[in-house]
Design a binder for this molecule. Structure first.
Ligand code: G3I
Length: 370
């Protein structure tokens, strides 16, 4: 797709005193993004203003997932997803599409049908083919990057197949490893200009080993050898201050993917820590107030140091709107804005990182096709 020109990219007025994240990131050809709850656009003014002013790329947090777009078989609902795409067009932003094949947030008609045997594996493959083709076609020319496949590799606590895929993944189980390359081919056919990514977490050594990185690296290298149209790797970047983070390994792993001829992107960054309660989300350790911005900064700097890193996306706008408290009991404080939508220390830390790197690297996310 064609990416808007430099001025729109940096947000409207092209004012060099603009210190928004999007404007500062533009100075190194990088896009700075957020996941968006599309239903709040236009209804929540403070939220809408932050999304418009601070970010140059947006991802639908839920609105493009299969259960959202096809809640009843054959009946599409593009309402929220279309609204996000339109919002992005109006604000000089581009869109990351998320996600076409994932084991989670599948429509219940699909999982029920597979579960009770009324949908055979051959039919499941046809249904997936139709889903991928229809969704990519619906948004053709409007999506910059697609997270084509999401989270199919085994974590250390899961059972890997010989090729590193999670043996118990819904799609791997029913359709085998070969489905990965096929879905990339289907997506490419429907929108040849979209940047097609594999998206996952713990794939740059965050869990303390490089086992999952190596599996993804080997698998993707092989896909490229077979001519499968995969363009990039999305490293989600969900961190937790209690585990520490090896920033050197992270950067080296990003670079290794890039050296395969791939683009890379940080797609779902957040850094969680223990908090007093989910309403206020004040860190319980005073050191966490330093660790949280530090680890977020390490995530950004790794991307800045890899010239093939094209975008850096936070997984949500503010702590009151994050998936973290609902999933990790007692944790929160993961994002750039607090529960009152005020910028946190991490916000100014990232501003400084972007200012320091202005003009030093060219990430190529400004202008041109994929
Ligand atoms: O839409 C329903 C609503 O009708 C209902 O009233 C409400 C009651 O719980 O649930 C709503 O659905 C929730 C949905 O988000 C939309 O808000 C689901 O319960 C909830 O589970 C779902 O969570 C999402 C999660 O993916 C599902 O796995 C999070 O918002 C979203 O941030 C999260 O994002 C994932 C990425 O897609 C992939 N990588 C990991 C990341 C974090 O889990």
């Amino acid at each position: 797709m064609l990416v808007p020109a430099a001025v729109a990219f940096a947000n409207g007025n092209g004012n060099s005193a603009d210190t928004s994240l999007r404007a500062l990131a533009a100075k190194q050809g990088l896009r700075f993004g957020t996941a968006v709850d599309a239903s709040q656009l236009g209804t929540n003014k403070a939220y809408t203003d932050i999304v418009a002013d601070q970010f140059s790329v947006v991802t639908a947090e839920n609105a493009m997932k299969w259960e959202s777009v096809e809640p009843t078989q054959g009946v599409y609902n593009w309402k929220d997803a279309d609204a996000l795409v339109k919002f992005a067009e109006q604000h000089g932003q581009v869109v990351r599409g998320h996600t076409l094949m994932w084991h989670n947030q599948l429509p219940s008609w699909l999982t029920t049908g597979v579960g009770n045997g009324t949908i055979s594996n051959a039919q499941l493959r046809d249904i997936l083919h139709k889903h991928v083709t229809d969704e990519v076609t619906h948004f053709k020319g409007k999506i910059w990057q697609w997270d084509v496949i999401n989270e199919v590799f085994a974590n250390s606590w899961e059972t890997p197949q010989a090729d590193g895929l999670n043996a118990n993944d819904f799609w791997v189980q029913h359709l085998g490893s070969g489905i990965i390359g096929d879905v990339f081919r289907w997506a490419h056919k429907a929108d040849p200009k979209a940047v097609l990514m594999y998206n996952d977490y713990n794939i740059t050594g965050e869990d303390g080993t490089n086992v999952k990185f190596q599996a993804v690296y080997n698998f993707v290298k092989d896909l490229r050898k077979q001519g499968v149209p995969i363009d990039g790797i999305g490293e989600q970047g969900h961190l937790d201050t209690q585990y520490g983070f090896d920033a050197q390994r992270y950067q080296a792993d990003l670079q290794a993917y890039a050296d395969l001829g791939l683009k890379v992107a940080i797609t779902e960054a957040d850094v969680r820590t223990f908090v007093n309660n989910s309403t206020e989300q004040v860190p319980t350790s005073s050191l966490a107030q330093f660790a949280q911005p530090f680890e977020f900064s390490e995530l950004l700097k790794g991307c800045e140091l890899v010239s093939q890193c094209i975008s850096f996306t936070a997984w949500g706008v503010h702590d009151g709107d994050s998936w973290i408290p609902g999933t990790f009991q007692g944790e929160g404080y993961g994002l750039l804005y607090d529960v009152n939508m005020q910028p946190k220390t991490v916000y100014s830390t990232l501003q400084q990182d972007l200012e320091l790197a202005a003009g030093t690297a060219h990430h190529g996310a400004l202008g041109g096709d994929k």
